[in-house]
Write a protein that binds this ligand. Structure first.
Ligand SMILES: [Zn+2]
Length: 208
């Protein structure tokens, strides 16, 4: 299946991906960082139709763009509170480019999304509602701040839990097919098999 992926990296270093899974003009956003102008410009320039957004977790650097996004937003509702109330997270991150407005629009539970072309993995640890999205036909997995090329997500931030993270690596990461590509919430993408071989934080828990 043909597809096109556009990656925009926010000033917060988080990635926003725009994916066209069906080789037509329908696109999906994966994560909504605070500065969505450039990705939204891309949609306009290419005359795309927004199918919706999939948000990997509720931290502001992945969800604050909800305020400027026009389309259905799906996420694990365990992270709804974080996504709607960025004030506390923002107070730890002083940058006057960011507004701390809470989000009052609709957020749909991703597990009832009806988007049956996406496989949804719940991988708590970085946050309670952290989720990965697999586009099985394309061999792509968007992991947010669960698994990076060379690291894993922090567990010392709001709603993080280290034991959950280890369980998610043991029980969720190990379900990922070796030849699939991981597209993380920060940094470059990498094949699952290479991560299993080279990422010391992942290796530590999958082979013990
Ligand atoms: Zn995060």
């Amino acid at each position: 299946m043909n597809s096109e992926i556009y990656r925009f990296t926010s000033f917060t270093t988080s990635n926003c991906y725009i994916l066209r899974p069906f080789n037509d003009d329908v696109c999906f956003f994966i994560d909504l960082p605070p500065d969505l102008e450039e990705p939204l410009q891309y949609v306009k320039q290419h005359n795309l139709t927004i199918g919706g957004a999939l948000v990997t977790h509720g931290h502001f650097d992945h969800a604050l763009g909800m305020n400027s996004f026009n389309g259905p937003i799906h996420m694990n509702l365990d992270d709804e509170f974080l996504a709607r109330n960025p004030q506390e997270q923002l107070s730890m991150f002083t940058n006057n480019k960011l507004t701390s407005e809470s989000f009052n629009g609709e957020i749909k539970e991703v597990n009832n999304s009806g988007l049956d072309f996406i496989k949804i993995y719940h991988n708590p640890g970085h946050t309670e509602g952290s989720t990965s999205f697999e586009f099985t036909d394309l061999g792509l997995i968007f992991t947010g701040d669960f698994i990076f090329k060379e690291g894993i997500g922090r567990t010392d931030l709001s709603s993080g839990n280290h034991r959950d993270m280890i369980n998610s690596i043991k029980n969720v990461y190990t379900l990922f097919k070796p030849d699939y590509e991981i597209l993380p919430g920060h940094g470059p993408s990498e094949k699952v098999s290479n991560i299993s071989k080279n990422n010391i934080f992942v290796k530590e828990h999958i082979y013990d």
